[in-house]
Design a protein around this ligand. Sequence first.
Ligand code: AMP
Ligand code: MN
Ligand code: MN
Ligand code: MN
Length: 277
Amino acid sequence: MLKVDLHCHSNVSDGVLTPAAVARHARQAGVDVWALTDHDEVGGIAAARVAAAEQGMRFVPGVEISITWGGETVHIVGLRIDENNPALVAGLAATREGRDARGREIGVQLEKAGIPGAYEGALGFVENPALMSRTHFARYLVQEGYCANTAEVFKKYLSEGKPGYVPHRWASLQDAVNWIHGAGGVAVIAHPGRYRFTQLQQGVLFDEFKDLGGAAIEVVTGSHTPDQYPVYAKLANAYGFLASRGTDFHAPGEARVDFAALPPLPASVTPVWHDWF
Ligand code: AMP
Ligand code: MN
Ligand code: MN
Ligand code: MN
């Protein structure tokens, strides 16, 4: 059976390894089919493609687009995209715009909460200046001893309602799906179990996504708890979605689950890659 991982981050967004190093890490864990899906950015795809070929892995160009839907931030993964498609490239550039200003404001808010210098500190963890993420703040706060790990930083400082949370308006669902389709890709709802929607709201999201031509939802992901795998397998079948699988890898040791430990998709679902090879 092919080992497929369709959700990973490099230091082109908020991961810590270069695209080539993520490829090596994935291969060492036995991955055969691999997608790089950096947040709002395709700058790592070219290097990732070369590295995947060197490692003998099939490569899937991808991206994870931040959108605002129902007052929440939702992530839409695009797979098999043409990363040079002009409308996609322009849409992602527009989506990245505002990340730096948000970062400065997060710094101001954290200072008020008694944590000075966080913007500059977080910048020290940023490789791509166009892509400052809350994750970079989390790593800085861990380094400075404010929290034991990044999950704790999100819980105490960076989640909605917490002192360092700064609301932000991302792309629309329709724009993100259209950019992905325009670039020849398939659209996937990332880690649906992570959003704080009621079942009713989640159903509306799935319906809207389906109407726009969305193809799949993530079922087995490092961003789900194991008890969510069967729940989203059932929902994928109920809505006629294909199922995706990926670690959502960001950094060695930082992951909730590493490459090798993530289980395969349940047999009941149709993998999003079923007709790719
Ligand atoms: P941003 O796009 O800058 O708002 O940052 C979102 C990123 O923060 C996600 O892609 C995750 O990598 C990370 N993140 C969000 N929530 C958590 C959490 N509870 N624990 C650890 N990392 C998180
Ligand atoms: Mn991330
Ligand atoms: Mn995500
Ligand atoms: Mn991700």
